[in-house]
Design a protein around this ligand. Sequence first.
Ligand SMILES: Cc1cc2nc3c(=O)[nH]c(=O)nc-3n(C[C@H](O)[C@H](O)[C@H](O)COP(=O)(O)O)c2cc1C
Ligand SMILES: C=C(O[C@@H]1CC(C(=O)O)=C[C@@H](OP(=O)(O)O)[C@H]1O)C(=O)O
Length: 385
Amino acid sequence: MLRYLSAGESHGPELTIVVDGFPSNLPVSKEKIDEQLRRRQMGYGRGFRQQIETDTVEVTSGIRFGKTLGTPITMVVANRDFKNWTDRMAPFGEKPEDLKEIYRPRPGHADLAGAIKYDHEDIRNVLERASARNTATVVAAGALAKQLLEQFGILVTAHVVELCDVKAAQLPDSLEQLIAAADSSEVRCADSNASQRMIEKIDEAKANGDTVGGIFEVIVRGCPIGLGSYAMPDRKLDGRLAGALMSIQAIKGVEIGLGFEAARRMGSQVHDPILYDGQRYLRSSNGAGGLEGGVTNGQDVVVRVAMKPISTLYKPLPSVNMKTKEAELAAIERSDYCALPAASVVGENVVAWVIADALIEKLGGDSLEQMKDNWAQYQARVSRR
Ligand SMILES: Cc1cc2nc3c(=O)[nH]c(=O)nc-3n(C[C@H](O)[C@H](O)[C@H](O)COP(=O)(O)O)c2cc1C
Ligand SMILES: C=C(O[C@@H]1CC(C(=O)O)=C[C@@H](OP(=O)(O)O)[C@H]1O)C(=O)O
């Protein structure tokens, strides 16, 4: 079982994650973790913070000479911005007299509910942890999961398919081309025409003091048949994927395969016919998005994820000053205008995490070698069915 605990405030000294459950002897590269952190920081529409940060990971436990030990792995990502916040984010000492506290909650953020729930006067005490800054450590964990999946030929990728009302229309047929096109787009969209219009849409939002969201798609190629289970609700892989993706800040919808569209069609136009080519089972379509009964069926796992527009508006919405109860405009915090490309990288890594967890569950074993033995045995068994 893979699990993690993470901690850290957005403008505190650092973010920490402790990850448990990886097998021993997995080759792990710091460069590959840093590469995912770099991808998460990119994308058109981000605010000034990304110019301050250059995220890299420091590993302080669980890895020796580039291989996992099978023990908890601790990873730290420093907040470079902390040097500008030392007095305002100090763990101990007196509150500065000139501290500007935040009393006007932003609609859409955790501000109002968080301040009431935790009895905070200063909404900064809420937003520091509600902030998506901590997705940096989630991505670091996902980057480890990706390196495990690589050992079994499983690839996870993501690309933006819609941004506000702009839709990608012309997508390359091959996954390799899709990845290359998404990677070279500032909005991580593989349709270059749509990419340009998406950039214009972000500019339009920014000019109006507004924000935008959109939809990204995550594709997993190379999953064996049989990850997840129909046996109990909490073992269903579709539920586990949806839960993990919905836990990312600003994610408001997840659909698998045809998703909501399946509800509008006849069954004959939704389900994927089963064929046999003399050696293995094939499907002539993939409306199920690679999951039936909460179990992978050997097709690509395809998940689409909806992100709402960023909550902080430079032209703020009505709010209430929680100290005076007077009607006032919401507070403005330095902010992104669109973080959809970044969210797609977070989503990709979160999906890698869930799939790696299911693979570890399926194969068992304390070391990578044992996992590989079990994989070979399982593949042989599958090929006899
Ligand atoms: C990568 C990423 C960056 C984000 N950047 C901002 C931001 O700059 N300003 C903001 O108000 N919200 C931002 N958000 C969204 C908020 O963190 C999120 O809306 C808030 O925590 C409330 O959670 P909820 O939207 O899931 O309900 C970002 C989300 C992600 C995934
Ligand atoms: C710091 C990151 O995202 C932050 C997420 C975020 C929010 O409210 O979620 C608000 C902004 O924080 P700040 O006010 O420090 O600029 C974003 O920059 C990051 O992704 O690394």
